[in-house]
Design a protein around this ligand. Structure first.
Ligand SMILES: C[S@@+](CC[C@H](N)C(=O)[O-])C[C@H]1O[C@@H](n2cnc3c(N)ncnc32)[C@H](O)[C@@H]1O
Length: 220
């Protein structure tokens, strides 16, 4: 008989968790104050590589409540946000009514081939099991135009962590995240035909439980 144990990385579980915590997320993480300066330096390098203005559309893939979409837009990017969670997207629309947001999973994006000059995956691949990573990067490669760039931000390492940080706000959600090494992410990017440009890895700071890594890659 098949197991009935819920898969903690199933999209329905992730969607339900973020629908539940969306208001709390928007309230307590409204901007980039949690990012270390070197993390934002990687985002700034991504923006410089992508260029700005309407000709350089950027997809904030797994945009959540839109705080990184805001960061990109304020620096001249023509941003489109997309996220699995309707609750997170509703918060994004409320906080950033001037920006467009859509609801969709990362492995089935409702966008044309070659539509974007940049794709930002900022801590949005972390809730997908290793077996689902290739489909996400293939989809990113599909919507990225030749010469376009993708930046991936994630907690680095190995194994799985239960996300318990929402409990102190009264949310008893089931949410897990995977740790990936920068080499693993780089190899997923390479398998999707994307060439690594550079990477940054750093130790945890403040209340972070894990190190962080960012990998910038280009579509040739
Ligand atoms: C840790 S939050 C990060 C949100 C945003 N990038 C930020 O930095 O504030 C992870 C986000 O990724 C979204 N997400 C996770 N898995 C996804 C998937 N398979 N497809 C689309 N969105 C996904 C979640 O709904 C959530 O909004």
């Amino acid at each position: 008989m098949p197991s009935t144990t819920p898969d903690p990385f199933a999209v329905e579980v992730v969607r339900h968790a973020y629908d539940t915590v969306a208001g709390t997320y928007a309230t307590h993480l409204p901007d980039t104050r949690a990012e270390a300066p070197i993390d934002l330096a990687m985002v700034d390098s991504f923006i410089e590589a992508v260029g700005t203005g309407d000709a350089a559309a950027v997809l904030d893939a797994g945009c959540g409540t839109g705080r990184m979409s805001r960061y990109l837009a304020d620096r001249g990017c023509a941003v489109q946000g997309v996220d699995l969670s309707l609750g997170m997207v509703a918060e994004a629309c409320r906080a950033h009514p001037d920006l467009p947001f859509a609801v969709a999973p990362l492995n089935d994006l409702p966008f044309e081939d070659d539509q974007f000059a940049g794709v930002l995956l900022w801590y949005s691949t972390i809730h997908t099991a290793p077996s689902g990573q290739a489909a996400i990067f293939a989809e990113v490669a599909r919507v990225l135009r030749p010469g376009g760039h993708v930046l991936v931000g994630f907690q680095s390492g190995q194994g799985v962590r239960e996300v318990v940080s929402y409990r102190r706000f009264g949310h008893d959600v089931s949410l897990h995240r995977h740790l990936f090494t920068a080499d693993e992410v780089a190899s997923h990017l390479a398998a999707a035909g994307l060439t690594e440009v550079c990477r940054m890895q750093r130790a945890p700071v403040g209340r972070e439980a894990d190190g962080q890594a960012m990998v910038l890659a280009r579509a040739d």
